[in-house]
Design a protein around this ligand. Structure first.
Ligand code: G6P
Ligand code: MG
Length: 221
């Protein structure tokens, strides 16, 4: 069996990936750049400032000072915080809490691997904090996804070897990070973006403990 499951938050545990998207879209409208769902795939799992840089790069005429960038990033976060006000215990995505319970029943550790500064707050709102043995958020890492640091930090904190870990992600950058950490990667979403994952499910309702463990064992051989 794996010894540690590391969950991404936004888009895996709850659908806050949609709220990040809507908040960036609103900021984009203010800047006169349109952000569609396809481009948004490149923002998933990416830190707030790096996401802003990628958006600003869409329009080379937008050259802003660091101070102006800070203000825009804060604006986006204000939009985002308004959107997550409605997050409550009913908004955990289908299948996730059963998976968390099953992992616990098997005496396997659980960590969070999120790039978000809002991660602990969202986990609290969902009432899921108690499942987690360790939380990695934006404050704990120097290099964000696709760098493996988010995932290796969780494994190191719990003294677990990387190939004994399973990482679950909805972002291409996150899958890349898990693979580079030499952990088993589970992608949640479309093959179009997650083809590099060791195992892909269409949505969280398809996250089955036995099935993940089976694929993990084959990968380890
Ligand atoms: C996660 C999300 C990204 C978001 C990042 C930073 O990785 O997938 O969309 O940009 O966290 O979130 P924050 O709440 O710190 O702005
Ligand atoms: Mg995500």
């Amino acid at each position: 069996l794996p010894k540690l499951f590391i969950f991404d938050l936004d888009g895996v545990i709850t659908d806050t990936a949609e709220f990040h998207y809507l908040a960036w879209k609103k900021l984009g409208e203010k800047l006169g750049v349109s952000i569609d769902r396809n481009f948004n795939e490149q923002l998933k799992g990416i830190s707030r400032m790096e996401s802003l840089e990628r958006i600003l790069a869409l329009d080379p005429s937008l050259s802003l000072s660091e101070e102006e960038k800070e203000i825009l990033a804060t604006d986006k976060n204000e939009y985002y915080k308004q959107l997550i006000e409605t997050v409550n215990e009913e908004q955990t995505l289908p299948g996730v809490e059963v998976l968390l319970q099953t992992i616990k029943e098997n005496n396997i550790k659980i960590a969070l691997g999120s790039a978000s500064k809002n991660a602990s707050m969202v986990l609290e709102k969902l009432g899921l904090t108690n499942y987690f043995d360790y939380i990695v958020d934006a404050a704990k890492v120097k290099k964000g996804k696709p760098d493996p640091e988010t995932f290796t930090t969780a494994a190191d904190a719990l003294s677990i070897a990387y190939p004994d870990c399973v990482g679950i992600e909805d972002a291409a950058a996150g899958v890349h990070a898990i693979n580079d950490a030499n952990m088993f990667s589970v992608g949640v979403g479309s093959m179009d973006h997650l083809a590099k994952a060791n195992f892909v499910v269409h949505d969280t309702s398809k996250l089955d403990f036995e099935e993940i463990v089976q694929h993990f064992s084959n990968w380890k051989k």
